[in-house]
Design a protein around this ligand. Structure first.
Ligand SMILES: Cc1cc2nc3c(=O)[nH]c(=O)nc-3n(C[C@H](O)[C@H](O)[C@H](O)COP(=O)(O)OP(=O)(O)OC[C@H]3O[C@@H](n4cnc5c(N)ncnc54)[C@H](O)[C@@H]3O)c2cc1C
Length: 443
């Protein structure tokens, strides 16, 4: 654990308004807010902003003082880039309101600092839900600016596919509400590359009407890894859209590989669900299977545990697959031997109903997202194996990747998408204030 920095060494000459909301080294609360899920941090100040004017003032300060700046919503960024050393963190935890704007239309407004588990719980009282991700402690801001591959994605698309409008504080301190009619270019960029353009403070979403889901939690013996993965992939692709499946591959203490799948049927029709889930369950030898009917929000509870870089697998690699062919499955099996964890998440279905050019997240043909994570000690080995896998991949979801080089940007934003983003970056953030997370290069 890194020591608390010397308050005298890191002191910033913050304006009075920012001192009111700053948590600094030496303050009682500092240790609870300085780290993230994957990274230890020693920021000079964590600013628990109350709204637009605090954010504008923080941005002006960072710009003129040249202080490192990061933005944090839930602190669950895989990249860990929402803290820093010696800089300021704009912490949006206080902006966590969930408001119903139009119950009949399912239109809701959610603060960027809310956690998805709390959003799910609030919306459940209205019979509404938003497919976000598999973890309720993940923050709204980091996920809804990049994608959002969720447990109902094949039925309802990505989280960003439901965004109606975004409220954002820009580098010059102005606050804007952008949607399809108000600055559509910026609206396009915010849905996939949002971290490069400003501080999103709230999102308006069209939520869907759903109460219960039927979920199978399945433990597979994955020793015959290649055939298991190809079977699972084919079964998921062939399943009705109501079925989404997330598969985690881990090795037991004796090196034996297991697959844990969480397969969700987005609906409460028991017979239809069991018929739809059966082929996915048959993908490999089942060691244990529990099928449960539950309200969607129970799948993704938020625990609000303090963050202290509790995740030791700090290096992660991300890719998207059109399908799981035998050769891709063999390459994933080899990745598995150097990774602490490998996860496959189904996309496809409704995700691919959106046109690739509709928003900055342009991956609308792929059927699976792949993530592999490991410790720094094993990352070179993982990278050697990832290189063999790379030709089987088609693009990258940046929320599961910790490398930020040119190739990662090109994989995340293929072809003309990257060019359009670079041009928009020059217009909206010419001094590169928002460069801590997959920075877009200058035009
Ligand atoms: C355990 C775990 C499970 C996950 N499961 C899924 C999953 O199932 N599906 C999925 O799609 N993703 C998943 N993710 C990835 C997740 O989407 C990203 O890690 C996301 O960035 C976390 O959001 P956050 O607000 O908690 O992160 P933070 O650490 O707060 O932010 C991450 C980065 O996002 C940017 N950012 C955050 N808030 C804002 C804002 N308001 N405005 C502008 N930029 C902002 C900043 O650059 C920041 O550095 C998972 C992550 C973890 C740790």
């Amino acid at each position: 654990m890194r020591p608390t920095p010397d308050p005298g060494r890191t002191a910033l000459a913050l304006p009075a308004h920012l001192i009111e909301i700053a948590i600094r080294p030496g303050d009682h609360a500092y240790d609870n807010v300085r780290h993230t899920y994957t990274r230890l941090g020693t920021p000079a100040a964590v600013l628990r902003v109350r709204g637009h004017s605090d954010i504008a003032e923080a941005l002006a300060y960072a710009r003129t003082a040249g202080t490192p700046l990061t933005v944090r919503s839930g602190g669950h960024g895989i990249s860990g880039r929402s803290t820093n050393d010696d800089g300021i963190v704009i912490d949006l935890a206080r902006l966590d309101a969930v408001e119903i704007l139009d119950e009949d239309a399912g239109l809701v407004r959610v603060g960027a600092g809310a956690r998805w588990g709390d959003v799910a719980k609030s919306l459940a009282s209205y019979g509404l839900a938003l497919s976000s991700g598999d973890t309720g402690d993940v923050g709204v801001g980091g996920l809804a600016t990049a994608g959002g591959i969720g447990l109902m994605s094949r039925q309802h698309g990505l989280t960003i596919d439901h965004i109606h409008a975004v409220k954002v504080v820009m580098a010059d301190g102005s606050s804007q509400r952008v949607d399809a009619d108000h600055d559509p270019d910026l609206f396009w960029a915010l849905r996939g590359a949002g971290a490069n353009f400003g501080v999103a403070t709230a999102f308006e979403f069209h939520a869907v009407r759903i109460r219960e889901v039927i979920t199978a939690f399945t433990l597979y013996d994955a020793r015959r890894m290649s055939s298991f993965l190809t079977n699972w992939g084919a079964a998921v692709e062939a399943a009705p859209r109501a079925v989404s499946s997330f598969l985690t591959l881990v090795q037991g203490p004796d090196g034996r590989p297991f697959g844990h799948a969480m397969t969700v049927y987005a609906g409460s029709e028991r017979h239809a669900a069991l018929a739809a889930l059966a082929p996915v369950l048959a993908a490999g030898p089942v060691l244990r299977n529990d099928v449960t009917v539950m309200p969607y929000h129970r799948l993704v509870p938020a625990h609000h545990r303090p963050q202290c870089a509790q995740q030791p697998l700090t290096e992660s690699r991300s890719g998207l697959l059109d399908r799981i062919t035998l050769s891709a499955a063999e390459a994933i099996g080899r990745v598995m031997t150097a990774a602490g964890i490998v996860q496959l998440r189904s996309v496809g279905g409704a995700v691919n109903d959106t046109a690739p050019g509709a928003m900055a997240y342009a991956h609308r043909t792929q059927k699976f997202s792949l993530m592999a994570a490991t410790t720094p000690a094993l990352v070179d080995d993982l990278d050697d194996r990832w290189e063999v896998l790379h030709p089987h991949l088609n693009g990258l979801y940046l929320n599961f990747e910790t490398r930020t080089g040119r190739r990662q940007l090109q994989d995340a934003f293929p072809g003309a998408v990257l060019d359009r983003l670079i041009a928009l970056k020059a217009r909206h953030d010419p001094h590169h204030l928002f460069d801590s997370n997959f920075a877009l290069p200058s035009a």
